[in-house]
Ligand binder design. Structure first.
Ligand code: O4T
Length: 438
């Protein structure tokens, strides 16, 4: 039987109470006693069939994070549940996540997102790192890392991202100053999406899209909507076997395919532009983009490069927009922190203008603020691992194969409701007021 272990990465406020009586009791009784069998792990009483029905009826699973929270509250820092014959273990303490990492091999295995896989299979596309496991995953990962993840790669594209960030803040400033009172209240979400698309496009392809001007493109707006539709339908389909959902959720499958089709169409255009410039031998800039590096150096086939580029185009938009939005929100309702960040930026301004790479080391408070946003509003709900060997967690035996320059203000001081649509995202956002200050 397949089992799995999920490492929940959820540490915001109320979780801390798990370190209270229940967690302590678990650990206090741990040392001298024999390891308990898998079956002794507290079990969630949620029924997987009922849950499937509920996802189908409600067209989503927006409160998954609240349900997990409740489970941890009631059952302690480790619990298990049955998802249609598959055993899943959830843990949430850093020490358990660490243990899982320690036993990880060169080929960690994750659950694959079936609807995404199905789309690629049907359209004959290769998979990028997110949908690969085993040796093929490792090969792709090692090929991509030097041009995307390594500190050297980051140093290279920081100036590109820096330029886009400056344009973004300049455009916002102009809008604010157009206003007689030097202040502007708006829904900033669309602008933030344009900013993250522009920034990742310039790092990945070395091309500016011009989204920060006054008439951002229709294509990018459609791209954003397609991503939203793709994430929403993903959740509707991923908790149900395909053999069932093909009958019960035909329309959702259609929406899912249509969304991916547009995402691919959009991505294809981005990739094609860089590709023809490289082949034509007249790259328009001195900066060699992530894609250019991959095409010129790597041992990946053109199709594999395309697959990984698609992951990067599609995967860099929501994952960066929402954290930025939530950072604005927290800074707007914590003006003291905002003030401290502004001081830090002003002090480092000259140095960073000289050399944008210094932003990484000279803004420790900004770095901490972004990390805090990700702690409070994690984009991903959990990390999964399928265990390749037996292990012990919280003194329970887990068998192998078990799956597993403005002032930002807001009138809204209330917490923001978060919903799960594959990504954890905010709903009903407050308006922000941007006020020019000297
Ligand atoms: C998986 C990836 C990179 C494509 C389209 C992606 C996305 C996306 C993502 C990035 C974290 C997550 C969290 N889920 O299972 C939410 C869109 C690829 N991506 O959003 Cl082709 N960072 C997703 S998790 O990876 C923990």
């Amino acid at each position: 039987m397949a089992f799995r272990a999920k490492a929940g990465v959820w540490m915001a406020g109320p979780w801390l109470s798990l370190r209270g009586p229940r967690a302590l009791a678990t650990r206090a009784s741990l040392a001298p006693k024999a390891v308990l069998p898998f079956e002794a792990i507290p079990q969630s009483r949620h029924n997987s069939w009922l849950r499937m029905l509920q996802i189908w009826k409600e067209q989503g699973y927006e409160n998954l994070h609240l349900e997990m929270h409740q489970n941890f509250q009631e059952l302690g820092p480790i619990f298990r549940y049955d998802t249609g014959g598959t055993q899943t273990v959830s843990v949430m303490l850093p020490e358990d996540a660490e243990r899982l990492q320690e036993v990880e091999s060169l080929h960690p295995r994750r659950m694959l997102v079936e609807p995404w896989l199905t789309y690629r299979q049907h359209r004959g596309h290769k998979c990028g790192v997110f949908l690969l496991n085993g040796p093929e995953w490792r090969f792709n990962r090692l090929q991509v890392n030097p041009y995307v993840l390594s500190p050297k790669a980051v140093q290279k594209y920081i100036p590109m991202v820096d330029m886009v960030a400056r344009d973004f803040s300049q455009a916002l400033k102009e809008k604010v100053l157009q206003n007689a009172q030097g202040r502007l209240t708006l829904d900033i979400q669309p602008s933030i999406f344009y900013y993250t698309i522009e920034a990742s496009n310039s790092a990945l392809f070395g091309e500016r899209l011009g989204l920060l001007g006054n008439n951002p493109s229709h294509a990018s707006l459609k791209f954003i909507h397609a991503l939203e539709a793709m994430f929403k339908s993903t959740v509707q389909l991923m908790y149900m076997p395909r053999s069932l959902s093909r009958w019960t959720s035909t329309k959702t499958w259609e929406e899912h395919f249509e969304a991916w089709d547009y995402i691919y169409q959009y991505g294809d255009k981005c990739i094609q532009k860089t590709y023809s410039e490289l082949v034509g031998g007249c790259p328009s800039q001195h900066y060699r983009s992530v894609l250019a590096e991959l095409l010129l150096h790597g041992d990946l086939s053109a199709d594999a490069i395309k697959a990984n580029a698609m992951d990067l185009i599609a995967g860099s938009t929501d994952t960066t927009s929402f954290p930025l939005l939530m950072t604005f929100f927290e800074l707007a309702r914590n003006p003291d922190v905002q003030q401290a960040l502004r001081q830090e930026s002003l002090a480092a301004q000259a140095s960073i203008t000289d050399n944008p790479q210094r932003a990484l080391v000279e803004l420790p408070l900004l770095r901490a603020a972004l990390k805090e946003t990700l702690r409070l509003y994690p984009v991903g709900l959990f990390l999964e691992r399928l265990l390749s060997s037996d292990m012990v967690l919280q003194n329970y035996h887990i068998p192998a194969g078990v799956l597993k320059t403005f002032l930002v203000e807001t009138l809204n001081q209330e917490d923001v409701r978060m919903v799960y649509r594959f990504m954890l995202r905010p709903t009903a956002l407050p308006l922000f007021t941007f006020r020019a200050i000297n």
